[in-house]
Design a protein around this ligand. Sequence first.
Ligand code: ARG
Length: 459
Amino acid sequence: MALWGGRFSEASSDLFKQFNDSLVVDCRLLKQDIEGSIAWAHALAKVDVLSPEEAQRLQVALLEVLAEFDGQPQLVVASGAEDIHSFVEQQLILKVGDLGKKLHTGRSRNDQVATDLKLWCKQEGEAVLALLIKMQQSLIHLAERESDAVIPGYTHLQRAQPITFGHWCLAYLEMLERDVTRLQDGLTRLDVCPLGSGALAGTAYPIDRHELAVSLGFKTATMNSLDGVSDRDHVIELCNSAAISMMHLSRMAEDLIFFNSGEAGFIELADQVTSGSSLMPQKKNPDALELIRGKTGRVYGALMGILTTMKGLPMAYNKDMQEDKEGLFDVVDTWQICLKMATLVMKDLKVNRARALSAAQQGYANATELADYLVSKGIPFREAHHIVGEAVVGAIAANKALEDFTLEELQGFSNIIQSDVYQHLTIESILDKRDVLGGTSIKQVKEALVRQDKPIEQV
Ligand code: ARG
């Protein structure tokens, strides 16, 4: 039976029920709904709506409901209840009869669902944080292992300057650090409890809302009941944090897919995280990474979905808001599994050092060094750039590297060039010179790793 049947003489149509019910989705809020209900029972006891014994009996019964149905969404859904709040109340009444009917005093499903969802965001947000930190640890570990492996660095996907693989890892570590603090920031902002906002105007019972909020693990209570029941910023913020973080994971996946390609061949992925082709026996496909990149799309989609759902809603609660959960749950599930997958990919990733080094040596990645050499001999940079451009054209025509030119040949481009030029054109020299804070020199990468205060453990 619906919670609101009294005013109605006709039953809902089957189609309406199917359309309106949210239990299939919000059954995931069972634990949070019960936590919120226990806290509400005690709050009601404090204002003498319930006796302390009644609150205690409700708590026991609510915990029994949790124990019976936790992890069994199929059983919850089979009840046919409208939503998780109706389901819990139904079960409670089955257990304690009329006492169960008292729990909803002074409460609305509007403040109830807002509270449940915030509790869920807090709990799952913490779980994501732990996964982000684990992923960071795997990047640190890989960066340590490959701090001096050389790969080509790219701009426009053209070989630009050599970098170390460790440096590449640390770039993603920085991005993940911003993901961590962005998520933490959002979690701080949502740590405010709406329970006691009632349907929209505030509960009519003199509940100490601050105490209630703290009893549920929130920092404080919301300050406006209209906002309390109708705010979904936290859903949007969590989806936004996920979307940005997935964008980072997707870029990382794309880099690794390219590094792993037959054309580049800079890395090899473990068998554990790759698949074969049903037709072509030679193939080892980077499916894990492709799926990380692919799943980013649905996370963006959910963010757009909830932003759009919220944009035209009049104050305060509207049923549109029921649409907030499906996308959010999928976003958080996707984010979590992608972080786990990316961490596993990093664990056994091998750099093909010889092949990556040889690629870094090709493609005129030392052209800037030759220009800098000319600058050190007093030629203005713009002119040096032009001279080296001509040298590169000459080298391409001769199908050789810049350092393969004889001194006489090099002097054909600029007679200022001396034999000391060659030492500037080596990979070692190129890397060593980038010895500035944040640069790719092996020394800087090692120092960056030392700066990491996170415990480095095998993940
Ligand atoms: N299932 C609803 C939701 O998720 C619960 C709130 C229902 N409130 C109401 N006034 N019908 O939004």
